[in-house]
Design a protein around this ligand. Structure first.
Ligand SMILES: C[S@@+](CC[C@H](N)C(=O)[O-])C[C@H]1O[C@@H](n2cnc3c(N)ncnc32)[C@H](O)[C@@H]1O
Length: 395
């Protein structure tokens, strides 16, 4: 655990995660921590039931309305976006996790001729990942989302594709309704559940997290994988603390809390419903919730999901950027901006956003590097707010 996470932990549960304990101590600590979290969950649950039932459905509808109102831009419009490369970078991360998870699950099969592969895309949005599934040759896609207009766009996108796989679409609040009851075949079992950039919306209350995780796990085969991407609350809290006020960000993103870090920690940060307003240039403007990862892990465990890994995007990038396929994909998806830029029509960041790369190019002048792939500092700061997670269904 790094220093950022231990800070966040201390302020969230006042527990001490000493590094040099023997296994017995570790086991004891883990057990104690478990009891502690369960205790807090009970209290929080009572609190939620008393206070947030009426308010919560309105926040979900704000989220649904927000996503329903986003237009489908064509590629030419997207190219003009200030965050064109950042969006491509996020798509590259999703492509790798989706492709590698499917590859791993296929490699573990006893029957290598079994081609069937069923995916549940939980909070699928407009179907931005359909092409990724087509490339991985899945056979059945189930997409669910709270935003009815997004589901219609997703259907349309599938309708315009080559329809290499079967698909069904479910318009539902996945933090309050059970997907199992809405499937065309209630006995279907998924190989993989993917929840991209969406899981944090359920962290409004304990019951919503449980329903969301139940939807991720209930119809997943034993051995199947639940993977996704979401903001890293430890990093969000670190930046809040560092800024000294209740708001931070740059020219592409901003995060605003009701209180400062000191005010929040003095009052005790809620495990659920710790709301902030997130703004991402041109695409997102709505409330989100901090995800306290140990609680997510504990609730996942109660639904048979065991953590395989959790990695921040910068770490994930470092581990995956090399290798022919991955670097080709980085290039192909234009996930990094070429510097110095060729495309003058695209809005760039401020000159200081590229100081790191100018310095790098100057220092390597002997190596005849003319252009290099990068992201502007502002886009990189937004990208490194996120993490990738993966859980295995064990029972
Ligand atoms: C940032 S978008 C991500 C969409 C898609 N997964 C992707 O990566 O392109 C977040 C999505 O979460 C959906 N969402 C938010 N809360 C939800 C809920 N309670 N149930 C189902 N979908 C939800 C929104 O409607 C939106 O489509």
């Amino acid at each position: 655990m790094d220093s950022r996470s231990s800070n966040y932990h201390r302020n969230h549960d006042d527990d001490d995660d000493g590094g040099d304990r023997n296994d017995n101590h570790r086991h004891h600590y883990k057990h104690r921590k478990y009891q502690y979290h369960s205790e807090r969950i009970r209290y929080q649950n009572q609190y939620d039931n008393q206070t947030s039932n009426s308010q919560s459905s309105s926040i979900s509808s704000i989220v649904a309305n927000h996503y329903n109102s986003i237009h489908n831009n064509d590629i030419q419009e997207r190219k003009k976006s200030r965050i064109y490369y950042m969006r491509n970078f996020n798509n590259w991360v999703k492509s790798i996790i989706i492709r590698d998870t499917i590859k791993l699950l296929r490699s573990e099969r006893d029957d290598k001729n079994d081609t069937e592969f069923i995916v549940h895309d939980l909070a699928c949005g407009k179907g931005g990942d359909l092409t990724k599934y087509e490339k991985s040759q899945i056979t059945h896609f189930i997409g669910s989302d709270i935003a009815s207009v997004s589901i219609e766009h997703c259907k349309e996108r599938y309708g315009n594709s080559r329809k290499y796989f079967k698909a069904e679409f479910i318009n539902a609040d996945c933090s309050r309704e059970l997907i199992k009851d809405k499937l065309s075949d209630p006995n279907i079992r998924f190989d993989m559940t993917s929840c991209q950039f969406s899981f944090h919306y359920c962290f409004e209350s304990y019951d919503q997290v449980r329903t969301m995780v139940r939807n991720a796990s209930e119809c997943l085969k034993i051995g199947g994988i639940f993977c996704g991407t979401m903001p890293d609350s430890i990093e969000v809290m670190r930046r809040l603390k560092e800024c000294g006020t209740n708001q931070f960000g740059n020219d592409v993103y901003s995060i605003k809390f009701d209180k400062t870090y000191d005010e929040m920690t003095a009052a005790g940060i809620s495990l659920f419903g710790a709301k902030y307003d997130f703004h991402l240039e041109e695409v997102v403007d709505c409330p989100e919730f901090l995800v306290y990862f140990p609680i997510m892990e504990e609730i996942c465990e109660s639904y048979g999901l065991k953590l395989i890994f959790k990695k921040r995007f910068d770490e994930f990038y470092e581990e995956n950027r090399e290798g022919d396929d991955n670097s080709r994909l980085l290039n192909f998806m234009e996930a990094l901006e070429k510097y110095p830029p060729k495309d003058r029509e695209r809005p760039m960041g401020k000159p200081e956003d590229y100081r790191h790369i100018r310095e790098y190019l100057q220092n390597s002048s002997g190596q005849s590097i003319n252009t290099i792939g990068t992201l502007s500092k502002s886009e990189w700061e937004a990208v490194t707010l996120y993490l990738v997670f993966s859980f295995r269904k064990v029972f």
